[in-house]
Design a protein around this ligand. Sequence first.
Ligand code: HEC
Ligand code: HEC
Length: 378
Amino acid sequence: MKRVAIFLLPLLFLAIVYTIAKISAFAITATPISSLEASELRQKALDAGFRPIPTDPKKLLHLINTPNNPLNAAKVQLGKELYFDPTLSKDGTISCASCHNLDAGGDDGLPTAIGYKHHRNPHHLNSPTVLNAALQKFQFWDGRAKSVEEQAAGPIQAPFEMASTPDEVVRKVAASSHYTKLFKKAFGDNAITFDRITKAIGAYERTLLTPARFDKFLEGNLTALNEKERRGLELFINVGCKACHFGRSIGGLLIQKFPMNPYNFSIYPKFGIHGSKYYFKEIAIDPNVTANPYPFKDLGHYYGKNDAQRFKVPILRNITKTAPYFHNGSVKDLKEAIRIMAKYQRNIDLDKDQIEAIEAFLGSLEGEIVDFNLSEFS
Ligand code: HEC
Ligand code: HEC
């Protein structure tokens, strides 16, 4: 027995050394200081699944065009006019641009959207940006639409957005000789249908891409990001934000659980005594109180896809312009949104410097809408 123990001792020692090495290796990857040359970091970003919005107009056009809705100059122009046209709404006051303001990051800057007759979104939902939305695989907070064309049919009819019906919209559009002419140019004949209206709006949305300094960096301009932004990018990759926010739209390609790590704890659920790790003081001693599932206020009681706290991963392009944050718009400060993400999606406590570096990197995703020459579509 003793001999076996002596024989096992060195093995035990090795196991301890191995474990310590593993833990410290993790600590290094979890809290890096910028260690890579800009060129290595660029490669690392490409390997992590980031892709640039290309500067080359031909590549750009190839990227946004789709056989389901081939783009042409007239269709994009028509879609643009429809996007800004409030007559599409029931009382002629609300257009897509009311909630998706292109000069303000593609959203409305409000915690919750306000539409027809000042109705608030019944789930207290925040308006996401339309900028770069065409690059997403999923649209809406629960990802229920697969394209911008499919999406556009929703807000026109939603009673708390534009409150119209397809027939009403078709009738109003067909009454305009200007629109009739554009329809003919865009689709080859005079037929005005609801499907074509959503296709034209979708075509315009496909052109709403915003290349940024980060794209220049990905395309090889290594000085496009400063030191702090590069450190932020490296952290964004190492901390694991890129597991969900990646691709050209830096989001929009997955539906994911939020929060990943349980946020509530139940002290004694049988008696309805719940609490949360964040608001320690809010321990409710009430059998009717259900615990708040989020690390922020549960406004609107919206739980995403299948009510399972699964959400479309949002686009992070122009995120510095689209406060407040999250599906219910309950967080105003981007730093706080970053802290929450690291803590509840990755189980990592970031320090102030790290949060600021990531915020600086996110600032490099601010871009201007591409100035397409419409003849490029013909
Ligand atoms: C009253 C404000 C309001 C109006 C008007 C409105 N939207 Fe929205 N939009 C929202 C809200 C809120 C959501 C999220 C709704 C959800 O997830 O159920 C949204 C979602 C979207 C999305 C999905 C983006 C994403 O990342 O998931 C797109 C694209 C979009 N709207 C385009 C449009 C277009 C095009 C129009 C006009 C036809 C329009 N919206 C009119 C508030 C509005
Ligand atoms: C497991 C997937 C996942 C990971 C990892 C992740 N996120 Fe998120 N992120 C989401 C989801 C899902 C949401 C939407 C949650 C909601 O609105 O309730 C979100 C929302 C956000 C928002 C708010 C976006 C908006 O438009 O309101 C920011 C900012 C953000 N994430 C940044 C980060 C950062 C920084 C990291 C790394 C520290 C990170 N995320 C890691 C899935 C993830």
